[in-house]
Design a protein around this ligand. Structure first.
Ligand SMILES: Cc1cc2nc3c(=O)[nH]c(=O)nc-3n(C[C@H](O)[C@H](O)[C@H](O)COP(=O)(O)O)c2cc1C
Length: 181
């Protein structure tokens, strides 16, 4: 079957993360993000793609900081609430019933109950006509002890990190299962 080139994101499983930021006025924001990738193993930078009309993008530009939170599939309801378009003055932690997880190196808090938290500083913005690519450096990476062994390995069948497959009717949330090795 030949698919339209624009459907390339319907053939790739993508992660789902929540990006938490704080506005220059101190308002907390949280938004789900799928277009995110680590830039080459084992470096410490990460790239996210953003449409231009995003409070998340404005906050990253204004403060230079963000946290990439890795949610469990059980957090799907909160993820969907954060996907709504709230005005910038609305605290999205309160709207979605999210509790803060203290950050060590950046001002925005992480989100309590997540599997891992990547505290990031803005390194570079690559601005295109319709979108922007944000490159961040991970300055602190913390895993939730409930889901990691002493060697830093994630029990992903217990943690159930959220991912998604896009279909013609929208997003289907998924989580990893063990393969054959
Ligand atoms: C699963 C999922 C993944 C998303 N991924 C992206 C993304 O990669 N880039 C983007 O700009 N918006 C993405 N969005 C849309 C934003 O999360 C949504 O527009 C949100 O309201 C933006 O919030 P903000 O204006 O507070 O930043 C995604 C939404 C969902 C539900």
């Amino acid at each position: 079957m030949i698919l339209k080139p624009s459907m390339r994101s319907q053939v790739l499983p993508m992660p789902v993360v929540l990006i938490s930021t704080v506005s220059k006025d101190g308002v907390r924001n949280a938004a789900p993000w799928g277009c995110i990738m680590p830039i080459l193993r084992p470096l410490d930078e990460i790239a996210i793609a953003s449409w231009l009309k995003r409070d998340t993008l404005d906050n990253i530009r204004d403060t230079g900081e963000f946290v990439v939170n890795v949610p469990t599939v059980e957090m799907a309801e909160a993820v969907d609430i954060c996907a709504k378009s709230f005005p910038p003055e609305v605290d999205e932690f309160e709207e979605a019933g999210l509790l803060p997880h203290p950050s060590a190196k950046v001002a925005p808090p992480g989100i309590d109950g997540c599997i891992a938290w990547m505290e990031c500083e803005l390194v570079e913005e690559i601005l295109r006509e319709r979108f922007s690519l944000i490159i961040g450096k991970v300055v602190c990476l913390e895993g939730n002890d409930a889901f990691f062994d002493d060697g830093g390995g994630m029990d992903y069948e217990k943690a159930r990190p959220m991912s998604m497959i896009l279909g013609p009717d929208g997003v289907c949330y998924t989580h990893p299962a063990r393969g054959n090795r």
